[in-house]
Ligand binder design. Structure first.
Ligand SMILES: Cc1ncc(C[n+]2csc(CCOP(=O)(O)OP(=O)(O)O)c2C)c(N)n1
Ligand SMILES: [Mg+2]
Length: 358
């Protein structure tokens, strides 16, 4: 059976445990960049934790929690330039924050408000993809387009372990490989597709093995190690820019939170394994690393957390200050020729919403 080479099946790690496992180092990252990475992690963590509270307060709708996924998101984005395109799934909904997108925009998306839609070209961040894996061919096409135009930019598509069972993943991966498209296929393997464990998802020994069939080089990294994720993504981006085509990164973690706010994982998950994942979560791991390196102290950590909290406070205030959307927007692109009942139905809908009885 074709397999990823044995050395590449090991999870790449940089951050040690402060005891028996020594810290490594990533070449080419200076102190400012290491702190910038921490700032991104804290911003994402704060966004996620505040969002859960906003959901419980009824201020945003159903929300896909990404607690524990921050290292995969921040580590990979820091390996890109702003010209590179990001294709997020719902799990990476807030990744635009790392490209300067206002928190209010993303919060509005989760509030189902049209101000939550952005022009992808403003940030080189595509729309949040909810259907599993359907953005992989889009990312492959965009990356191929960059190559055809002779531009140096590449694309990165984020998707989960479950997505590697979907046709769209395989079509996108094969297409990117055949066209030598500058694409990074970033798989967040958090062990679960809602309640389906990865062991019930595939007979492949690793998800990285799936890349072999397409002739795509693959790496497996510890998804909780932001520096290992950064390094693997930087290698993949270098390959893409050198005209060597797509790469696959399998970042391995264990989902330490419910799939989304509508999920109750106590029905299927092993609580001891969750506890272990929470104790070893990625933001704390990196924080301890920076402290061991003498780069972070309490004052700086507190300043960075306060900054992120302010971003969220302002974000929710701005999202809630938006005036209610016109319900006609729901139908704007639905009909070429609206049915005869359309005007009356819309008037009914306006009356119900306006009357607060809907
Ligand atoms: C095409 C499609 N089928 C089914 C669903 C319902 N669904 C939503 S999330 C999910 C699980 C996806 O798991 P995974 O790819 O591992 O991503 P994760 O949620 O763990 O990040 C499924 C099946 C969907 N959104 N789209
Ligand atoms: Mg998953």
């Amino acid at each position: 059976m074709a397999q990823v080479l044995p050395a590449e099946r090991e999870l790449r790690r940089v951050i040690g445990d402060g005891a028996s496992v020594p810290d490594g180092e990533v070449e080419g990252l200076d102190a400012d960049e290491l702190i910038a990475l921490y700032r991104s992690l804290v911003l994402l963590r704060t966004y996620d934790e505040r969002s859960l509270v906003y959901h419980r307060q009824g201020r945003i709708g159903t929300y896909a929690i990404f607690w524990g996924h921050e290292a995969m998101q921040a580590g990979s984005v820091h390996a890109l330039t702003d010209d590179d395109w990001i294709f997020p799934s719902y799990r990476e909904s807030a990744i635009g924050l790392l490209r300067g997108m206002p928190a209010a925009t993303i919060l509005s998306w989760w509030r189902g408000h049209p101000s939550g839609w952005w022009n992808p070209a403003d940030y080189n961040v595509a729309s949040i993809c909810v259907p599993i894996a359907t953005h992989v061919p889009h990312a492959a096409g965009l990356a191929w387009g960059k190559k055809l135009r002779g531009e140096p930019a590449c694309a990165i598509a984020y998707f989960g372990d479950g997505a590697t069972s979907e046709g769209a993943f395989h079509e996108g991966a094969n297409f990117a490989a055949v066209m030598d498209a500058p694409l990074v296929l970033f798989c967040n393997n958090n062990g679960w597709a809602i309640s389906t464990p990865v062991t019930a998802q595939t007979r492949a020994e690793t998800l990285a093995d799936k890349a072999v069939g397409y002739g795509i080089p693959a790496a497996r990294v510890d998804g909780g190690d932001v520096l290992a994720v950064f390094e693997a993504t930087r290698d993949a981006v270098a390959r893409a820019r050198a005209g060597e085509g797509p790469s696959f990164i399998e970042a391995v973690t264990y989902r330490a939170a419910p799939h989304a706010t509508a999920d109750d994982p106590s029905a299927y998950i092993d609580p001891a394994r969750v506890e272990e994942a929470r104790a070893n979560e990625c933001v704390g791991r990196y924080e301890r690393y920076l402290r061991r390196q003498g780069l972070l102290d309490d004052a700086l950590a507190e300043e960075i957390r306060a900054e992120a909290a302010a971003v969220m406070r302002e974000g929710i205030a701005a999202a809630e200050a938006e005036s209610p959307a016109d319900p006609a927007l729901l139908f704007e692109h639905a009909f070429v020729d609206p049915p005869a009942s359309y005007a009356a139905d819309l008037a009914d809908l306006r009356r119900i919403l306006g009357g607060g009885s809907g």
